[in-house]
Design a protein around this ligand. Sequence first.
Ligand code: GPW
Length: 833
Amino acid sequence: VEASIPEPQRAAWSRNQIQSFTDKDGFEKEVVRHVETTLARSMFNCDESAAYSATSLAFRDRLIKDWNKTQQRQTYRDTKRVYYLSLEFLMGRALDNAMLNVGLKDAAKGGLADLGFRIEDIIGQEHDAALGNGGLGRLAACFLDSLASLNYPAWGYGLRYRYGIFKQEIIDGYQVEVPDYWLDFNPWEFPRHDVTVDIQFFGHVSKTTKDDGKTAAIWEGGEIVQAVAYDVPIPGYDTPTTNNLRLWSSKASGGEFDFQKFNNGDYESSVAEQQRAETISAVLYPNDNLERGKELRLKQQYFWVAASLYDIVRRFKKSKRGWNEFADQVAIQLNDTHPTLAIVELQRILLDIEGLEWDVAWDIVTKTFGYTNHTVLPEALEKWPVGLVQYLLPRHLQIIYDINLYFLQTVEKAFPKDRDMLTRVSIIEESQPKMVRMAHLAIVGSHKVNGVAELHSDLIKTTIFKDFVEVYGPDKFTNVTNGITPRRWLHQANPRLSELIASKCGGNGFLKDLTQLNRLEAHAKDAAFRREWAEIKYANKVRLAKHIKNVTGVTVNPAALFDVQVKRIHEYKRQQLNIFGVIHRYLTLKGMSVEERKKQLPRVSVFGGKAAPGYWMAKQIIHLINAVGSVINKDEEIGDLLKVIFLEDYNVSKAEMICPASDLSEHISTAGTEASGTSNMKFVLNGGLIIGTCDGANIEITREIGESNIFLFGNLAEDVEDLRHAHNYGSHSIDSDLEKVFGTIESGTFGTPHDFSAMIAAVRHHGDYYLVSDDFHSYMETHRLVDESYRNQDEWVSKCITSVARMGFFSSDRCINEYADGIWNVEPLVVQE
Ligand code: GPW
C-alpha cells in the first residue's frame, strides 16, 4: 500500500533536502559529521580507514540525490530503458571515480590535507570491487560508466558475490589463491530488503486446461530461494545522471532459517538449508574464457536472470502499457551467453503467466534481446547437459525444445533435405549426453548478435556461426568494437597526462568526446611539449619502480624500457612466448663482451595476471616467469640490463598504476584467438606503444594510429589452421633460437627442469597449438626493432603522442552510442540539475 501523502507536500520536502557540499569547507564538515555520528568515532582517533569511510559517505550522500532524481525522472518520462545483464562487473574502486565525476576531487584533496591526510592514501584504503575475471567484466564496468555519462536510462543487473575474484599471492614462485572477502565495509551498496523475488528450482511440470479450453503448463514443487536486491549508484561524468547497478544476493526463502524446523529440534537441516541458499551468490567462478559446466554455476545463472526479469517486467507493468509495447520500452543486452536463460524465462513469463500466444510472445522476446559474443575459443562456448537443465528447470527445458522445434522447422523450409544443416544449427547437440548449446539459443532468441572487434565479428560469421548467417542473412550479425572509459583509464589513472592533454585540447572536453584528442597531433613535433610528456611518463615509471621495490624487493631503473604484459594468464595470450623471449634476451646478453653489453638498452619485463585455480599449465607459466626472474635479477653481470618482475594480484586498481608507466606493452595472442582485448587500448591511451599480433582490436588500433606507430609481428589468422595442420601432419621444425631457450631451461638454469617440461613439450611434441615456435623468430626480430626505436627518444615520444592523438575511436562512449543506435534503439534522457 502506498502512503497517501499529498503531492504538494512531497514536493516541498523534496525541495527542502539538505544541501550537499560544494567546496572544501563543506566537505570537511561532512567528513567530521560522518566520523562523529555515522561511524561513532572521535576526530582524535580518526585513522586513514575512518577517513576513507567518512569521505566515501560524504560523496555517497551527494550521489544519492542525483541518483534519486535520475530514477524519478526516468520513471516519470517512461522512455525506453537498457538492461545490461552481466555475470561480471569488474568495477575496481569507487571513491576516486565518484570524486572526479562530481568534480570535487580538489575540494576533497584540500579538505583531507587540512585533516592531516594525503588523498592518495585515503583512496588507497578502498578494497577493489572485483566481481569479475578480466576483460569481459571490466568491459561491463566501462559500459556502465559510459551509459551514465551519456545520460542513457540504463540499469546493470548482476550477482552480489560475497567473494569476488581471489587474491593472488606468489609464494616460492607459485600462485596461491586467497579468498576475497570484500563486503566488511562497503558504503557503495544499498540493501533493498523490500525488493525481493522468490526464485524456484527443481519441481515438475503439469498441464492444466484453462477456461478457453487451451492447455497451459504449471511448474510446481521444488524449492524456493529468495533474491534480495542490492543497489550501487553509477555516477556519470560531469552530468547529474546516476544510473543503477542492481546486484542480487541469495537468501533462504522466508528470511533466515526455518524456525519451524529449528523449534522442532532439526537445527542442522534448517541451518543447512539456509547455507545452501546463500551458496548461490557466494562466489564468482574464477575462470576466464572457460566454461566447466558446474551445477552451481547454472543455478547462479538462473537465479540472477529470473530475479532480473521479474524486476524488469514488474517495472514495465507499472506503466500500464500493453505487451505489444514491451520491446519499445525494454532492451536487454546479454553479455556473452551467461544470461541466455533470460530468453527462455521471458518466453515462460509471457506464455505461462501472462497467457500470451506462443508466436506473440516469441516476437516480443526476439525484439527485446541482443547478444554479444566475446570468444571463438571452443572451450569457452557454454553447453549444458540436457539432463541437468531438465532436473533444475523442467519447464525451461520444455520451452527450449519448443523454441528449437519452431526454429528447425523454419530452417527445414529454407534448406529442405539438408539434415546436416539441421544438426549443425540445432540448439540441442545430439551428443552423449545431449547438450543445450547456449550460443545457438542466444542467436535464435535475439534480434542482433555482435562481436567485439572487426576481425572477431568477421570470424564468428565465417566459423562458429557460419550456418546462422545462411539462415538469417548477414544483417543479424554486426560488429561493435570494444572501447574503454577515458575517465577512469586516463583522467583518473594518469592525472598529470590528462592535465597536459587538456592544456592542448581546449580543456577537459576530450573526456566526453575523445575524438578531440586529435588536437594533440600538431604538438608531436613540439620539442618542449615532448619533454613535458616524457617527464610525466618518467614520473609514472618512478612510481611503479617504487611499488616494485616495495612488493618484490627488486630495484629497477626507471630509465630502462618498461615492457609490460598484464592480463589473465592463458596459453592463447602467450605469456610463455614472452618469457621464452626474455630468456633469449638473457642468453644474448650473457654471450656479449663487457664492452658490447655497455651498448645495450636496459629493460624491465613486467608480468602480472591471475591463473584460473584449475588451470595447471597457466600456473606453470607463472612459475617459470618467477623462476627466470629470481635467476636474472640476481645476476650481477647483467645488472640493470634486464630485470624480470612478476607483480602479484593484478587487478583494476593496480592496472591504474601500471598502464601509465609502460613504454611498451605486449598483446601477443595467437592470431584469431583474442576477440578484442581492451588493455591494448588503455596502454596506448596512456602514451605507451604496443608490440602485438594481428589479432582482435590490435588491427583497428593499427588502422587508427598508423602502422609506423605499432610493432606488429607474427602469422595471420588466416594461416593458423594450415600451420596447425602442418605441425600435426607434416614436419614441425622448431626455431633454432627457441631450441636454445629450451636447452637452457632443460639444463637446470632456472631450477628443476622437470617443472617446466610440459611447457616445452606443448611446443615440441603436442602440436604447438598456439604457434609459439612459428612466431618466435618474428617476435624476437620485432623486439630488436623496439630497442632500436627506443634509442631515438624524440621519435619514440612523437610516436606516443601521435598515437594518443588518434585513439579517439576507442572510447566506450563511441561503443555505447553504436549499441544505442544499432541494437537498442534508445535515446539519452537528460536529468535537470
Ligand atoms: F569466454 N573475455 C573474458 F567470451 O574476459 F566469455 N572472459 C571470458 O570469459 C570471455 C571473454 C568469454 C574477453 C575476451 O577474451 C577479450 O578479448 C575481450 O576484449 C573481452 O572479453 C571484452 O569483450
